[in-house]
Design a protein around this ligand. Structure first.
Ligand code: ADP
Ligand code: ADP
Ligand code: ZN
Length: 216
């Protein structure tokens, strides 16, 4: 199964992509996570990406497409994948179409998680991430059992630099201008499913499972 998760920052793409990956055993690819990893490793690509990420801007398309191109060639993508946070521009979507066409495969569905701006801001400001394993938490909606510590590995939780309020406004603007047009792009292809992201994590996952079971 080849799936794209679409939605504004904080919509729950990462949370739901992990749920799908665990239950359906599909490879989860998050461009945001790849960028954070190469940043931490201090590679020149990682440091270049950081300049954009910290300002709430998108990393340039050529760099992002190159990363995804390599990632999709890995063996664990043969059976399928969930793209979380890619594509984010029409140029990226077209590059993905070309890539899949060359591999003689196609997308099964695009799940668009929708929610209103005020909720987005609450989601992002409360987001905390494990520095060790990357697990996602929320101070109010999905708190860890012990404050500041990861339930899975005991790692320290931190707030992303780009999750602070000033940067969020920029990211929402970028989403509206550059990413939102993808909704119509995939609607025109007939593979878009929009779900209500204002429900609980379990509620959203239930809706996703209904859609997935429809195409399995
Ligand atoms: P995205 O990958 O779209 O940016 P995340 O999955 O990281 O979104 O979710 C953003 C924050 O909101 C995280 O802290 C996560 O724990 C929390 N969250 C995700 N889905 C829900 C939900 N349905 N209800 C409440 N909180 C949620
Ligand atoms: P969120 O969970 O808030 O949706 P991500 O973790 O997916 O954010 O991405 C964090 C940042 O990494 C983005 O704000 C952007 O700067 C960069 N990024 C991630 N994916 C892409 C992409 N497909 N194209 C360009 N930049 C990206
Ligand atoms: Zn952890």
């Amino acid at each position: 199964m080849r799936i794209i998760l679409l939605g504004p920052p904080g919509a729950g793409k990462g949370t739901q992509a992990s749920n799908i990956a665990n239950e359906f055993h599909i490879t989860h690819i998050s461009t945001g996570e790849i960028f954070r990893k190469i940043q931490k490793e201090g590679t020149s690509l990682g440091l270049k990406a950081k300049e954009y990420i910290d300002k709430g801007l998108l990393v340039p398309d050529d760099l992002t497409v190159e990363i995804i191109d390599d990632r999709l060639d890995r063996k664990d993508c043969i059976e399928g994948f969930i793209l979380d946070g890619f594509p984010r521009t029409i140029i990226q979507a077209k590059a993905l179409d070309d890539k899949l066409k060359a591999k003689k495969i196609s997308l099964d569905l695009v799940i668009n998680i929708q929610l209103k701006n005020q909720l987005i801001i609450n989601r992002i400001t409360g987001r905390r991430i494990c520095e060790n394993c990357g697990e996602n938490y929320h101070t109010n909606f999905y708190p860890p059992k012990i404050e500041g510590k990861c339930d899975l590995c005991g790692g320290q939780l931190f707030q992303r630099k780009d999750d602070q309020e000033e940067t969020i406004k920029k990211r929402l603007e970028v989403y509206t201008n550059q990413t939102q047009p993808l909704i119509d792009y995939y609607k025109d292809k007939g593979i878009l499913h929009t779900i209500n992201g204002e429900q609980s994590i379990e509620g959203v996952f239930k809706d996703i499972k209904i859609i997935l079971q429809g195409v399995l």
